[in-house]
Design a protein around this ligand. Structure first.
Ligand code: PMV
Length: 309
């Protein structure tokens, strides 16, 4: 049997803008999903049917990988669902990694491509940032052109993304989950519709891209004050683009007295916020007191890891 574990992620800068091809930065976190696959007499996922709607990403990963099967698939997820921490990307990457491993070879770039295919067809419109971060781990910077530490390039129609490895110093974030579930696809569509009718919205998307570039610079200099200010500005722009939520703002206000900066992370509309802090216990406590669920996460974790047992 083959086992593959993949990390969740948080987007530090650039969500939504990255769907338009703008720069964005995501980091792998210390919450992981593990998928085990073994040959069997019929297909199953967690002893149930693979056709269960809940296993959409696994079923599509089976199709994308061309696995003939049948396989018995078991999922152990340590990443809360619909939390902005990349649970769907991690289960897709871990499924693909395990299925390739059982056939004999795992190429990270191939897994990242197939996982992006899956995410793109489920979401309708998507960027490769979640799936590439879950595959590669560490920190992944998306740029409009090829730079140093280049990993791979992805394309969809006119849009293209150059994905890069980045070394960043260890950072502690507290993720605050609002408990409000919001599907990514409709939020991505909302931003697209706003940009089609408003030049101001298009300018905001470009500003978010610039914030990412300034943000990676500040992080690499360990300039936490500037990093935090850029997070705050990024959040304002996401609110103006229509993907905010009152509960996110409440959790952010609670975290702010103990944080360098805070913003929503992922698709928004609910989901989660992140705060950059060196007082994670105080921030976690403030988030919980405001009605959120807090997770202290460490950045810069390993990507997909495969073993044959
Ligand atoms: O819903 P999440 O946490 O996977 O984040 C989506 C990030 C977006 O930029 C909104 C969409 C994308 O595909 O990049």
């Amino acid at each position: 049997m083959a086992v593959c574990s993949s990390p969740g992620k948080v987007i530090l800068f650039g969500e939504h803008a990255v769907v338009f091809g703008e720069p964005a930065l995501a980091v792998a976190i210390d919450l992981r999903t593990e998928v085990t696959v073994a040959p069997a007499s019929e297909w199953s996922v967690d002893r149930g049917s693979i056709d269960d709607a809940h296993h959409k990403y696994v079923r599509m990963a089976v199709e994308a990988s061309g696995t003939k099967g049948p396989l018995r698939i078991a999922i152990k997820s340590g990443i809360p669902e619909s939390s902005g921490m990349g649970s769907s990307a991690a289960v897709t990457v871990a499924s693909l990694g395990a299925m390739h491993a059982i056939r004999g070879g795992v190429e990270p770039e191939m897994v990242a491509r197939e996982a992006f295919d899956v995410e793109h067809s489920v979401q309708g419109r998507a960027s490769p940032i979640d799936t590439s971060t879950s595959t590669h781990g560490h920190a992944v910077l998306v740029l409009k052109e090829r730079g140093s530490d280049f990993l791979w390039r992805m394309q969809r129609g006119e849009r293209q993304w150059y994905l890069h490895h980045r070394d960043i110093p260890p950072m502690t974030f507290v993720v605050g989950h609002t408990g409000v579930e919001a599907a990514t696809g409709p939020l991505v569509e909302r931003v697209k519709a706003n940009c089609e009718k408003s030049a101001k919205a298009r300018k905001m998307i470009a500003e978010v891209g610039q914030i990412t570039l300034d943000g990676i610079d500040a992080i690499q200099k360990k300039d936490w004050a500037t990093s935090g200010q850029l997070m705050d500005r990024n959040h304002k722009l996401l609110n103006a683009l229509g993907v905010g939520h009152d509960k996110l703002d409440e959790l952010i206000a609670a975290a702010k007295p103990f944080s360098y900066g805070a913003k929503l992370t992922g698709a928004g509309g609910g989901g989660s916020m992140i705060a950059l802090t060196d007082k994670p216990d105080e921030v976690a406590h403030a988030i919980e007191a405001a009605g959120g669920r807090a997770f202290k996460v460490l950045t810069g974790q390993r990507g997909m890891e495969v073993s044959i047992r």
